[in-house]
Design a protein. Sequence first.
Length: 411
Amino acid sequence: MRLSFFIAKRYLISKKSHNLINVISIISVVGLSVGTMALIVVLSVFNGFEEVIKSLYTSFNADISVTAVNGKTINYSNFPDEKILNISGVKNLTQVVEEDALFKYRNKQHIAKIKGVSDGFIENSQIDTMTVNGNFVLQEGNVNFAVVGAGIAWYLDIYPENVSDLLSVYVPKRGNQSSFNFENAFNSSALHPTGVFSVQQEFDEKYVFVPLRFAKKMMDYGDEVTSVEIRLITEYDTQSIQESIEKILGNEFDVKNRYQQNETLFKLLKSEKTAIFLILVFILLLSSFNMIGSISILIAEKKKDIGILSVMGADLKLIKSIFFTEGMLISLIGSLTGLVLGFVILYLQQYYGLLQLGNADGDFIISTYPVYMKITDFIYVFLTVLAIGLFATTYPVSYLTKQLFRAKGNG
């Protein structure tokens, strides 16, 4: 055991001549512990919300989306779907036709997007698990149905149980049609809404799902689609599959993963998490002044010890090392204690849901604050607290020990 560590440890656990030093030292440890605990708890809760949002978008957005770089549609007859399906990790392809449309139900109207999807979409996505009313059924034999977002259902006052009223759909005709004649400018049809889904407000107020054949007929499409959605097997790496698809398709297609499809949202989540992290770090910096005071008073109290050690041959480097080790021990104890407490709180929240989100009436998608612990967050927080401890220790140790050491030398 190094001499500086041995002496620093004795200074830390031994009873000081002034109780004030003990109190300040305890406050320093408690302040760092609470700050560390708050950091790891907040980061883990943000991770939890991010995972919840990802799961919601997973049920709606495909793992990879392919659109045309030039133009609005893709000629699917020339699309290399077989080559893409042969890539390891690709689960299935879904043809999608999407367009703005006017929806009318009884005497109410609303503008949203019609999204036609091919067979197999429901089985390979998780959107059917988000059905809040009715059933997620798009077609039975030759009969077409619609499934509307919860926001649209609210605007139009749609109830799937009511089979007597149909949802009318109006889509602008392709080409230069006369805007003065409503009948000539729009293709129209009607179908029964069988269900209502709720994913997220952005989607709930924007989309109405219909069969692909219905959407193509409404928009006068033949082999054309507006996009191709690709779903992957979970165990496979998305990035490598995306690169393989890009090589097959070339520069004529825009290939985006789920993050790129919702880039703004995920950047916002990341920036919010970073902002909260910096705010808590600033609070930790303020609390570190307790440690500066504790180290400074301890150095002043140990003037005699410094003099004795200097007479016995201790140089300035050893004196600095003793009190620097003292400060780092306080940081180490505070950070480890905070991380352990934070882990316990997060574990209890994760498995027992101690802190509820909202009320028990199901107003929210989740009932408790979500938690997702990452080992990297624990490492970053630990290193951050140690860096703050280094900042709070370096100045008083460097300055005060030098002054006292010189004073004893002159004496």
